[in-house]
Design a binder for this molecule. Structure first.
Ligand code: ADP
Ligand code: MG
Length: 699
């Protein structure tokens, strides 16, 4: 164990200056750090090409040949050195722009060389600029052959000539010294069950693989280790949470719930809704604290589930609240839920930033004396002035707009924390959910209410706008309504407003007042005005809603069947999916039209194509994650647990799942890791956790 802690300057070939750079640039302080600097790719130097086999400029090639002619061409700034490089099948040109003099003197004519570089195409011929070139004799003598590691480096390191090859040589010096320092941590049968290569061999092979097959095995093993330790940690934390955190016991399904279920429910619940309700009920019956995330694609019917959970709280003598990210959404929830509980003895109220002082005072009083059962609102719900008599259930809708700190605010309101139900339509890929929310329970509503037709999505260029207007008119003639949404990346950007205003005007021109009513809603309007326009649209008094992304989340107008998204290339995938989710809520065929200019980046093309191809939120979020990386989603960047060296959440989902299952099985067999054959795992786990904590203290 000890040798891994050795400071990096003790390694042969690392002087104080180099050590300093390694620390600053790559955070390599010890032997262990260097060992865990994994290659991010490998170059295959086992294969040799003939010149006439070069067929693309995509990959590096390695060729044995001779330089038959060296020539300095150009003058001053354009001066370069060119070489004629031949083998028995043909010839290519090599060129250098730097170090011309030195190279001209040191390169030898008519001696066998090994050339390694990526070709480029110049004047219809393959050409190599600044190639890697080494005398065949030296190449054979050097220990680095076959698949060679390429390590991450930085410009600064490169400037000091510490390149991938230098790092490879250092690692090669290091590895033999670590023989015996990387003992196996799993028992033999565990290795066999999970198809894992031995630990030490995997470390060696990942740096210097004998062949591709062994490299894959090594990488698999090391990725498995990272995921496995992560999952042990997650499961353990979850256990601690379950043991320690008491919550209110809602033991009975009471009058309100039953009454609602039997008499008021406007439709049959889907199987998925029932399943999720059962899962929630199981959580809250026994006096443990619930912390559950309900994922359900847009339109899957999360609201009714939330209401029924709030009724469970009320039936057990508690209050409930529902928090939404925007006033529009809070108001809409309030209107919808108020109607649903109309016939029940349930007091429900709305609190937002624009609630007037007098109403607010009355509301506060009712909240404190307990006569108010359900409070719906925005952030205003968690202000210090708001005091509940006994808050038992807090529902948070579309939580990606709420910070962790805000959620914690809720906990201050009580002796015991209220049960927390987070509802989100932002589909989190399974792999990510498993690692990020390992300590949160997850329910999935994976079924849409019956009778929904998949939304038809098409891509249209701006030049086709008139046709799109024609289509909108046809749909409106059938009695439907249309959203037209403009991107508003930052609510303050003047230019975005200009786009919105211009768009609104062109629509008003194309849809004259005599025949059409057009609403407009954006973030700069007063809440009351927004609400008034939303209501007009919801009641069907206006046919077209021109809006910014304020309507992105949760808005529910089932009769709206066309969603036109302007400048769709400027939206992210999850946002596009959210917006599209505003239609397809009724029984009619719905449409989503993505308008873009002709100029599209390749990422934008991928996003548009994905939207056109699928309605599946989970598939979309997988693509989104590939495009953006996982760090952005759900603020996981701050969570600090995505501290993976070799495993990749985006690509290694299958390994993660296997590691998770292995961790669950292991802890079922031996919850405390007390059995002697698990000592290695325990020890490794403890050392990992300890290191993570130290790291946390530093940063
Ligand atoms: P979301 O999950 O996006 O929040 P909502 O809760 O707003 O979805 O529900 C979308 C629409 O589907 C609403 O009009 C709601 O009344 C309706 N709905 C919900 N559950 C069902 C069901 N089981 N059967 C039929 N319609 C339903
Ligand atoms: Mg919703």
């Amino acid at each position: 164990m000890q040798i891994l802690q050795t400071p990096i300057e003790y390694l042969k070939g690392v002087g104080p200056a180099k050590a300093d750079l390694l620390k600053k640039e790559l955070r390599i302080f010890t032997y262990r750090d260097l060992l865990n600097l994994f290659p991010f790719r490998y170059v295959d130097r086992s294969r040799f090409y003939k010149i006439n086999e070069i067929s693309s400029t995509e990959t590096e090639v390695q060729i044995i040949g001779k330089i038959t002619k060296l020539e300095e061409v150009g003058a001053a700034r354009t001066k370069r050195l060119t070489a004629h490089f031949v083998d028995e099948t043909g010839s290519v040109e090599l060129v250098w722009f730097k170090g011309v003099k030195w190279l001209k003197n040191s390169l030898k004519l008519n001696q066998p060389y090994v050339l390694f570089a990526k070709p480029s195409m110049f004047n219809n011929r393959y050409n190599f600029a600044h190639p890697d070139i080494e005398l065949l004799e030296e190449f054979k003598a050097s220990p680095l052959q076959g698949l060679q590691p390429v390590y991450p480096s930085t410009e600064k390191l490169n400037g000091r000539n510490i390149n991938a090859r230098t790092l490879a040589k250092l690692t090669q010096t290091l590895l033999p010294q670590l023989k015996g320092a990387l003992p196996e941590i799993y028992p033999p049968e565990f290795l066999k069950e999970n198809g894992l290569a031995p630990r030490e061999a995997s470390y060696f092979e990942v740096h210097f693989p004998k062949n591709v097959e062994r490299l894959e095995k090594a990488r698999y093993r090391l990725k498995f280790d990272e995921f496995f330790m992560l999952q042990l940690d997650m499961i353990r934390q979850k256990k601690i949470h379950q043991i320690k955190q008491r919550g209110f016991a809602f033991s009975a399904l009471g009058e309100n719930f039953n009454n609602f279920y039997n008499n008021e429910l406007p439709f049959e619940l889907t199987g998925a809704q029932k399943k999720v309700l059962k899962e929630i009920r199981k959580d809250i019956m026994h006096g443990l604290h619930m912390n559950r995330l309900v994922q359900g694609d847009v339109g899957s019917g999360k609201t009714i589930v939330a209401l029924m959970c709030m009724l469970m709280a009320i039936d057990n003598g508690f209050q409930a609240c529902l928090m939404a990210p925007t006033e529009i959404l809070a108001t809409q929830h309030y209107n919808g839920l108020k109607e649903l509980v109309e016939n029940l003895p349930v007091e429900i109220a709305l609190l937002t930033g624009s609630t007037k002082a007098a109403a607010r005072r009355e509301l506060h009083a009712k909240l404190e004396d307990g006569s108010l059962n359900i409070l719906i609102g925005t952030h205003a719900l968690i202000e210090d002035k708001v005091k509940y008599k006994n808050l038992g259930m807090a529902v948070i809708d579309e939580q990606h707009r709420f910070g962790v700190a805000q959620r914690a605010q809720l906990w201050k309101k009580n002796t015991l924390p209220p049960h927390i139900l987070i509802m989100t339509a932002t589909p989190i890929p399974r792999t990510l959910a498993m690692s990020v929310y390992g300590n949160l329970d997850i329910s999935v509503i994976d079924e849409l209410p019956p009778g929904r037709k998949p939304i038809t999505t098409v891509h249209r260029y701006d030049s086709n706008r008139l046709k799109v207007f024609g289509f909108m008119k046809d749909e409106i003639a059938k009695g439907r309504q249309v959203y037209v949404v403009y991107p508003l990346i930052e609510e303050s950007k003047q230019m975005d407003y200009k786009d919105l205003q211009d768009g609104y005007e062109s629509i008003v021109r194309a849809f004259p007042k005599s025949d059409y009513q057009v609403s407009i809603v954006h973030g700069k309007m007063k809440a009351a005005d927004k609400e008034w326009e939303m209501q007009r649209f919801a009641k069907g008094e206006t046919q077209i809603m021109v809006a910014t992304t304020v309507i992105e989340v949760g808005v529910n107008v089932p009769n709206a069947s066309v969603m036109v998204i302007e400048s769709a290339e400027r939206f992210g995938l999850s946002q596009l999916h959210q917006l599209r989710g505003r239609v397809g809520r009724g029984a009619e065929q719905s449409f989503c039209i993505l308008m873009t200019s002709h100029k599209l980046s390749s990422d934008a093309k991928t996003r548009i194509k994905t939207m056109v191809r699928t309605n599946d939120g989970f598939e979309i979020s997988e693509v989104d994650m590939k495009l953006r990386g996982p760090g952005d989603l759900m603020g996981t960047r701050q969570s600090g647990i995505l501290n993976l060296n070799i495993a990749d959440l985006m690509k290694d989902g299958a390994i993660l799942e296997q590691a998770r299952n292995a961790a669950i099985t292991l802890l079922e067999k031996d919850p405390q890791l007390r059995q002697p054959e698990h000592y290695g795992i325990l020890q490794h786990f403890n050392s990992q956790v300890k290191r993570k904590m130290q790291w946390g203290r530093i940063s």
